[in-house]
Write a protein that binds this ligand. Structure first.
Ligand code: SF4
Length: 356
């Protein structure tokens, strides 16, 4: 197969596969291309959900601003550093600092201070990804200088019309601003990641094919995408009856991962936590279909129930150390090695830089 080149029809065909033999062939091909291009290792990023305070109102999200039943929290610097310490001591190469979206001088300064502290505390050994929503270019620059080098900003869908079925149509939730933010992050020097939800109400296979072509057109370094999971306290929940059954959403998500690997062999692709909701070993299945990043949640267990973007979040009460052992065991059984203490940066980022 000619990797990297597929048209919309060919992608749609891949995403429509349903018989087990064809699906296995797709996943095996993606896995082989990953191994040949970037190796067979998986990199761990310890996910720290440091605050669920958010100024936005995305229709699908359980921690949206208007959901009054959420207890809002913000971890102290000491609590964040304790989670970083766990990641560092357990040889996770990186952490991801994730929060709701807030734009204020106080928030910007707080993250800058945290980044400096994390870098100092770990002797610059831990890689840092940020996932804190849309900010100004100056803020991206400040955080980059303070030590963050990857940024995740999911577009959620690359289709403008569908985007506004998922977000209010106002200045705060602008599709164009989201696109511009992805470009700004690139200009500030970050490895840039984006992603989409799979199996949304109103979403077609053609939308998903276009999402994959969008990642390619934007030449992103990383993608994190997973099945859409509903939350009962959100406006989108009223369309629950339009959803594919969970097993179909899982298959579609795995096919998206595998097809993306064929299209973009040298990027980082995350096996997202949402997959784990639909199958206890969903993340491992995604790794066997071409993903190479896993982001285990290392947020203190007492805060995890409050960062519930969707219902049925897995591992809410899990002991962090025990989940780590189980994940390692599962990966070992599947013949996948873990890149301990490695940043596992996107290979595409460096080849892109060389050609500019
Ligand atoms: S998806 Fe992100 S920006 Fe939107 S409401 Fe949820 S936390 Fe806020």
């Amino acid at each position: 197969m000619n990797t990297g080149i597929m048209n919309r029809t060919q992608i749609t065909e891949k995403l429509s596969l349903s018989d087990p033999a064809s699906l296995t062939a797709l996943y095996t091909e993606a896995q082989a291309i990953k191994t040949a291009t970037i190796g067979n290792r998986v990199y761990l990023r310890g996910l720290i959900e440091f605050s669920n305070i958010c100024s936005k109102n995305c229709y699908y999200c359980g921690i949206r601003r208007d959901n009054q039943s959420v207890n809002r929290y913000e971890l102290s610097d000491e609590e964040v550093l304790a989670a970083v310490d766990f990641a560092w001591k357990n040889r996770y190469g990186s952490v991801v600092l994730q929060s709701g979206e807030r734009q204020s001088a106080h928030f910007t300064r707080r993250i800058t201070r945290l980044l400096h502290n994390i870098k100092r505390f770990t002797n610059n050994e831990i890689g840092i990804t940020l996932s804190c929503g849309e900010q100004t270019s100056a803020t991206y620059r400040e955080w980059f200088k303070a030590g963050a080098h990857r940024y995740l900003l999911r577009i959620e869908t690359s289709d403008r019309e569908l985007y506004y079925k998922l977000h209010p149509d106002d200045k705060k939730h602008s599709f164009d601003a989201r696109l511009a933010a992805i470009r700004q992050l690139r200009a500030e020097g970050y490895q840039v990641g984006t992603g989409v939800m799979i199996g949304l109400p109103f979403q077609t296979i053609e939308h998903l094919a276009d999402d994959l072509l969008f990642f390619q057109m934007m030449n992103v370094d990383m993608v994190g995408m997973g099945p859409y999971l509903e939350h009962s306290q959100t406006p989108l929940y009223q369309y629950d009856h339009l959803l594919l059954p969970p097993n179909k959403r899982l298959t579609l998500a795995l096919s998206m991962v595998a097809t993306l690997r064929l299209l973009m062999p040298d990027i980082n692709i995350a096996a997202t936590t949402a997959l784990q909701v639909l199958h206890p070993e969903g993340r491992e299945m995604a790794v066997m279909a071409g993903a190479n990043i896993i982001m285990p949640n290392i947020t203190l267990p007492e805060f995890r129930p409050e960062y519930r973007i969707y219902d049925l979040k897995p591992g809410i009460n899990d002991d962090v150390a025990l989940s780590k052992l189980k994940l390692e065991q599962n990966l070992r059984t599947a013949g996948i090695a873990i890149g301990y203490s490695e940043w596992g940066d996107s290979k595409r980022f460096f080849s892109r830089k060389r050609t500019h």
